[in-house]
Design a protein around this ligand. Sequence first.
Ligand code: SDX
Length: 429
Amino acid sequence: MSETAKLIYEGKEYEIPVITGSEGEKALDISKLRGATGYITLDSGFVNTGSCKSSITFLDGEKGILRYRGYPIEQLAEHSTFLEVAYLLIYGQLPTEAEYKEFKHIVTHHTMIHEDLKRLYDGFRKDSHPMAILSSMICTLSGYYGESMDPLNERHQEISIYRLIAKTPTIAAYSFKKSIGQPFIYPKNSLSYVANFINMMFSVPTEDYYIDPVVERALDLLLILHADHEQNCSASTVRLVGSSHANIYVSVASGVNALWGPLHGGANQAVIEMLKEIHEAGGDIKKFVDKAKDKTSGFRLMGFGHRVYKNFDPRAVIIKKAADDVLTKLDIHDPLLDIAKELEEVALSDEYFLEKKLYPNVDFYSGIIYKALRIPVEMFTVMFALGRMPGWIAQWREMIYDKETKIGRPRQIFTGENKREYVKIAQRT
Ligand code: SDX
């Protein structure tokens, strides 16, 4: 027996179907509301509005739960690898050994970018933000593979997915090399996905480069933790652009652009800049916490708060522990980590943050680890995009195959001028 809700307005009653998700979440299905009532709903920022049904990632913001295709993030963080998580998110199941071997082989053999594409880097300033470069280069990939652009053709989709997963680290590493004037380092097929990225980022042609397994494991963990997060701002952007049947490259490039915002993925760069500011101001934590509470200051504690998590972000819990581990193993003492921990302690004992349920999110501690891995702060959001790539692809692919998908075209409530007559410029005052 399907459940319904009743809407009573202006003496009329309307039945609204209630749908229930596999975790017991409930939604009012308003897909027929305007036809039945003439009314639409209004929900700025979609705080209360679902855009789709999805089987990829489950979040419970109250309980701090995050699962990819049903697997708890804590288990994937401990036992899996980023490439295996990418396969899981995109295809829905953990790969068999044979499937994983083939996936790794194909990804590995698509890591180079066209030599002409490398020349595009000449057009960027050395201080061009690497997110601008990443977005431009991913968009440009759609100009190189015209023969496999049909979003509804499975073979075209498959090769595009391999190219995106494979080439994003190369594009990212090249943007770093461009910024420091060093030669671009070609991918090396003998290395793992993460080790290859580290090598392209930090090795130079003049000498052998040692890849520290601690660094490789820390980076793999961070990529796993960033891999998907259901209908966040950038994933929703990818779905919206893809709903017009634009190709997967430009849909994902749109996600890169949405992620760049400091309220979203750009927060990891903003957190480190905030921690540095606190450190340079003599570590006066209380001053910054008070400023964040003062609405007129326009200042927010970056890395705190979340639209869904009203409890600890499970990713932040894992990253905070990993930060301690990595810095200890690399014998690094970073005063910013001490400041971050003290800031968390002060904020989480303050009524303002507790009442508004503002806890550290995924961006609060991640930058501490990126910094320890010698990744420059301008590259932090690029690292977020590297991790989120399989999530964007999985969301795009689910949208394309979903029979209920229509082109995304929200309504509005008009609040502008009512009808008025044109006035010739000579008569205007
Ligand atoms: C990510 O959606 C996702 O899943 C995103 C993400 C993912 O994996 O894709 O998890 C990644 O984007 C994490 C969030 C990174 N952003 C930041 O750390 C920036 C700082 N945080 C915020 O600006 C804010 O918390 C958001 C953007 C994350 C969430 O914003 P909401 O849900 O729209 O909440 P809001 O802005 O309405 O804030 C609610 C209240 C407000 O006060 P009131 O108007 O109710 O009085 O809390 C206050 C805000 O002023 N508030 C903060 C604050 N965050 C919210 N006050 C001080 N410092 C903060 N960080």
